[in-house]
Design a protein around this ligand. Structure first.
Ligand SMILES: Cc1ncc(COP(=O)(O)O)c(C=O)c1O
Ligand SMILES: N[C@@H](CCCC[NH3+])C(=O)O
Length: 435
């Protein structure tokens, strides 16, 4: 039996099966809460982007936005799939180095890169720095001059587009902390500092309009806006872009309300738009770079929890509490994000009641799912929440000093622990005594 809306199955025991492995066996082996990834799905997601560019015969780079989910094992899979990598901090870059990721395929982002971050990137000869503000141009130039090195640089711009998504995950609007503003001339001012700089190879523009977006129209408008600026720069400075990085943001299915577009469609429409603009401008086709994060990891991940306390408030609501919550999945508390879930040990039973799923943190807002249809729930049932592969572990935190879950990868019917469950020793490792 296939599970509605999600790429997983129910086995002959009536248990949720992930990549051919019984989820209840995983619970018995590794405990809960547990993040589980079907690696086959991760690979398929990468290939949907890469293969479409190949089919279209368009020069391209697909960089996984590692903020979505960064561990050594995940970045090794990205390396195997021929993906490039977008990192936004020393920690993400360090993880990439631990995974032995080819540094020339790493791009550094961030709206407040420190001198140390930039130095680390330059020391490791990463492929590209995406500059975000004027101070950063100064820092990059200073470091490159000091070391007499060259570096490929893109400029992040805000195209002034409000994407249809939660306000906290919009990034392309003018009133944004990210990037240079196109309309008030700041982008052009930055361009003048970058273009023909002795140590900077200025390659082109980057924009990212937001995250969890389902329509292609905003991406196409953003592309058009970038080309309006590029036309000015061609006419005035004879600048021809070699790279156009159109960011990430492709929406995935969390619930049946979400209707994601196949990734190939985004790629095809973006390529068509760039071709149209390139012809109008009479310039060679630049390399197109994309940066999907959620689209690569999101639907491949499931979180398994054990149900504990059950609280019934007659006439009001029934709560079930699980052994995790906002510490392993901050998204519902932060963005009111919606998820779907089933009972992994009763996966073939039809829902006949509604419960709300509470986390275990000392916080009323620690609710994972409101009004979830489920079969009768009992303590010790296993709840499986779908589509937690992106921005789950990566935004996990230690509120209430709760330890972070383990992560298991499944591929070819085999399970492999790729991140150990944290211990309380891990949590208190940096505590120093005051006695
Ligand atoms: C610059 C940049 N690139 C890529 C991404 C990845 O976004 P998503 O995970 O929605 O694809 C983000 C996050 O929104 C971002 O800020
Ligand atoms: N963390 C956000 C997305 C932010 C993407 C990075 N700019 C989410 O969970 O949806």
């Amino acid at each position: 039996m296939i599970i509605d809306n999600h790429p997983f199955q129910v086995n002959q025991h009536g248990h949720l099966e992930i990549g051919g492995v019984d989820s209840i066996d995983l619970v018995n082996k590794y405990g809960t809460p547990l993040y589980v990834y079907d690696v086959h799905i991760i690979r398929e997601n990468c290939r949907a982007f890469i293969e479409t560019f190949k089919e279209l015969n368009v020069p391209a780079k697909v960089a996984y936005a590692s903020k979505a989910f960064s561990t050594v094992a995940m970045l090794q899979v990205m390396k195997q799939e021929g993906m490039c990598l977008d990192v936004v901090s020393e920690g993400e870059l360090f993880t990439a180095l631990q995974a032995d990721f080819p540094t020339e395929n790493i791009h550094l982002h961030g709206n407040n890169k420190s001198m140390n971050e930039l130095r680390m990137a330059i020391d490791h000869n990463i492929g590209c720095i995406v500059v975000d503000n004027f101070r950063e141009i100064e820092l990059v130039a200073e470091l490159l001059q000091e070391q007499d090195k060259q570096m490929d640089v893109l400029m992040r711009v805000t195209p002034g587009i409000e994407s249809k998504t939660h306000q906290y995950i919009m990034t392309g609007n003018e009133d944004s902390k990210f990037g240079f503003n196109l309309t008030n001339g700041q982008a052009e001012q930055a361009f003048q500092q970058l273009f023909q700089h002795s140590h900077i190879q200025f390659k082109g523009l980057h924009c990212h309009i937001g995250s969890q977006i389902f329509e292609t129209d905003r991406f196409l408008i953003a592309t058009e806006v970038l080309f309006q600026e590029l036309k000015k720069w061609k006419d005035t400075y004879q600048f021809i872009p070699e790279v156009l990085n159109l960011g990430g943001g492709y929406g995935i299915r969390y619930t049946s309300q979400d209707a994601p577009i196949p990734y190939a469609v985004y790629v095809k429409e973006l390529v068509n738009e760039v071709k149209k603009q390139v012809e109008a401008l009479a310039i060679p086709m630049p390399e197109i770079w994309l940066e999907p994060g959620r689209a690569i990891a999101g639907n491949a991940g499931i979180t398994l929890y054990t149900v504990g306390a059950i609280k019934q408030i007659p006439g009001i609501r029934n709560y079930i509490a699980v052994d995790g919550g906002m510490t392993d999945n901050l998204r519902p508390a932060l963005y009111q994000a919606k998820y779907e879930a089933i009972l992994a040990n009763k996966a073939n039973q039809a829902p006949d009641s509604e419960v709300s799923v509470a986390g275990k943190c000392c916080e009323s807002g620690d609710m994972l799912i409101w009004d979830l249809p489920l079969p009768q729930v009992h303590s010790n049932d296993i709840l499986a929440v779908f589509s937690t592969g992106a921005y789950g572990y990566s935004m996990a935190n230690h509120y209430n000093r709760i330890a972070k879950p383990a992560i298991v990868f499944i591929e070819d019917g085999e399970d492999k622990l790729v991140l150990k469950r944290e211990t309380y020793q891990d949590i208190t490792r940096n505590d120093l005594s005051y006695e």
